[in-house]
Design a protein around this ligand. Structure first.
Ligand SMILES: O=C(O)CCC(=O)C(=O)O
Ligand SMILES: [Fe+2]
Length: 352
């Protein structure tokens, strides 16, 4: 496994976009956001405007959800196929992989199965906008977890507002005009975003070390950008694009959210922003147990363009030295391609 260097993920304070009308402070923060994402594809953000209390409530709901017996959670089952990407996925159901794993030469079924030889030992619950007829939510019956649905709907929209503030910061820092600036503001579709609750149960460290189980393999996210909240367990790592193969530990820091650029934003900017490869692996050993990991909870919010939006390199980022790198395609086409093996394999519940 590649060496992990000291954590040095730069932080940008975006509080000027929440409270102030001070344009100079906004511009300074926006410029830093763009510089860091240009260099690394990820950044830690403070001043994101999501309160500590709201986040604590979200993590408490997540714990209550995953503490339910499997039969209860299975009352909101994720479909067998990749869409709608909603509801509950038990450990071993979803398989995460990187773009390079999509080897067209292999027969579909065997590829899906070979990826599943090392199952992901995690469970998740996916939530979208209540007003997205293309991907309707799959909810537990209210009596299974009263209040869960109401909270998650509210939380989705709070995160959406934070995403819009961050997008305003990107737009300000990128200094684009006309149609190009309009295109940036389309990167938050409002209704095709996705809120995901994730739980990585405790697992013997050996099972991960011996590659019998994975937490979450290296991958990039597909959309515009992701906001990622995590508990204090640790284990999340991001690849340094200046030094491929070297991963930086994204140490949990209270009050910050980690932002990583997604493939759509990378394609739109012709690699000005590189989409960040990341993975979840073993957390540092704790004093209470050196043989078993702690359980881990995280909450990503995937900010996505509308399904029909086409990722076509913006002229500002194309030149003779930097010719167009990616073929234009819609977000729907891209997501269908990359999610091919994520679901739909034989999915038995996996235990440690
Ligand atoms: O659990 C994490 O910290 C990472 C989650 C993630 O990368 C994903 O769901 O795409
Ligand atoms: Fe991810």
């Amino acid at each position: 496994m590649a060496p992990i260097s000291e954590p040095n993920i730069p932080t940008v304070d975006l509080s000027a976009f929440v409270t102030a009308t001070n344009e100079a402070a906004k511009q300074e923060a926006a410029d830093k956001l763009v510089q860091v994402c240009h260099r690394l594809g990820f950044v830690a953000i403070t001043g994101h405007g999501i309160s500590k209390a709201l986040l604590a409530e979200a993590f408490a709901w997540s714990k209550k959800l995953f503490d339910l017996p499997l039969e209860e959670k299975m009352k909101a089952p994720h479909p067998v196929e990749a869409t709608p990407h909603r509801g509950y996925s038990h450990p071993g159901k979803e398989k995460v992989y990187g773009y390079d794993d999509l080897n067209e030469k292999e027969v579909n079924d065997s590829k899906g199965q070979s990826l599943r030889k090392i199952p992901d030992f995690k469970e998740s619950y996916e939530i979208g906008s209540e007003d997205n007829p293309e991907e309707p939510n799959i909810w537990l019956p209210e009596e299974v977890l009263p209040g869960y649905r109401e909270f998650m709907v509210k939380f989705y929209w709070e995160l959406n507002e934070a995403a819009t503030r961050i997008l305003n910061a990107f737009a300000m820092g990128m200094k684009l005009e006309g149609e190009e600036a309009d295109m940036i503001m389309k990167l938050n579709s409002l209704h095709s975003n996705q809120l995901r609750l994730l739980h990585y149960p405790e697992v013997p460290r050996e099972a991960i070390e011996n590659q019998e189980l994975a937490r979450m393999p290296a991958h990039t996210d597909w959309g515009s950008f992701t906001l990622l909240f995590q508990d204090d367990c640790g284990g999340l790592e991001l690849e340094d694009p200046q030094n491929r193969g070297t991963y930086l530990a994204a140490k949990p820091t209270e009050g910050t959210v980690l932002l990583n650029i997604g493939d759509f934003f990378m394609r739109l900017t012709n690699d000005f922003f590189v989409s960040a490869t990341h993975r979840v692996t073993l957390p540092p050993p704790t004093s209470s147990s050196t043989t078993t990991t702690k359980p881990r909870y995280s909450i990503p919010y995937f900010v996505s363009p509308p399904m029909s939006l086409i990722a076509k390199a913006l002229p500002t980022y194309v030149s003779e030295e930097k010719p167009v790198k990616y073929e234009a395609c819609s977000f729907a086409e891209y997501a269908a391609h990359i999610s091919k093996y994520q679901y739909g394999g034989p999915a038995k519940e996996v235990t440690a």
